[in-house]
Design a protein around this ligand. Structure first.
Ligand SMILES: Cc1cc2nc3c(=O)[nH]c(=O)nc-3n(C[C@H](O)[C@H](O)[C@H](O)COP(=O)(O)O)c2cc1C
Length: 178
């Protein structure tokens, strides 16, 4: 039996009832056979990034966050757009990784699930390209109108959206094999 790939899914929303969190829970359910997926929905616990604290001894939860990324075979980032950009908390979490190589050559799946989300999607791709992660157009997904597309039972009624989510999982699985 082939070992399941270890995936860390970082949620860009800090809301308890987040659609992005539900979407990742749906992805977890759909990919159970192939991914051992851990959800990281604690970006708000990380301190404000400050280069002065980014020393050989950074804050404990920063060390733990970086370790989770380093140990994963692949990362999914699933985020809403806030004022035509990434949510500050997600950008902050990523800033804590810039001085490290934890993202370098890491396969990533980039999902922007928002009301609209075009700008955040572009920005996330630029940031992840800068951090030298591995992704392609098929492991990049933009879902518009997310709040109306997934319910509390994790059902996605819109067939096109469900199909795109399944294609994303397949493409991410392929990327992990490369
Ligand atoms: C402060 C704030 C700013 C927002 N700005 C945008 C935006 O620029 N573009 C967009 O598509 N949605 C925007 N939204 C709406 C979010 O996309 C929507 O609330 C989304 O469902 C949030 O994701 P979540 O359910 O995972 O928390 C904004 C929401 C908030 C709270």
């Amino acid at each position: 039996m082939i070992a399941k790939k270890k995936i860390l899914a970082i949620i860009g929303s800090t809301r308890a009832n987040s659609s992005n969190l539900k979407l990742v829970a749906k992805i977890e359910a759909l990919s159970k056979k192939v991914f051992d997926l851990t959800i990281f929905d604690e970006i708000s616990s990380l301190p404000h990034f400050n280069p002065d604290l980014d020393t050989n001894h950074p804050p404990e939860n920063v060390i733990s966050f970086r370790k989770k990324i380093a140990e994963a075979d692949g990362i999914i980032i699933c985020t809403p757009e806030y004022i035509f950009s990434l949510p500050g908390s997600l950008k902050n979490a990523i800033e804590w990784c810039v001085s490290t190589t934890v993202f370098s050559q890491k396969p990533v799946g980039l999902i922007t699930a928002s009301a609209s989300g075009d700008k955040a999607s572009e920005e996330l791709q630029l940031i992840m390209q800068t951090l030298e992660t591995k992704f392609n157009e098929h492991t990049t997904l933009l879902i518009k109108g997310i709040k109306g597309k997934i319910n509390d039972q994790l059902e996605i009624a819109d067939t096109a959206t469900l199909s795109n989510v399944i294609k994303f999982i397949d493409a991410f699985q392929d990327l992990l094999k490369q």
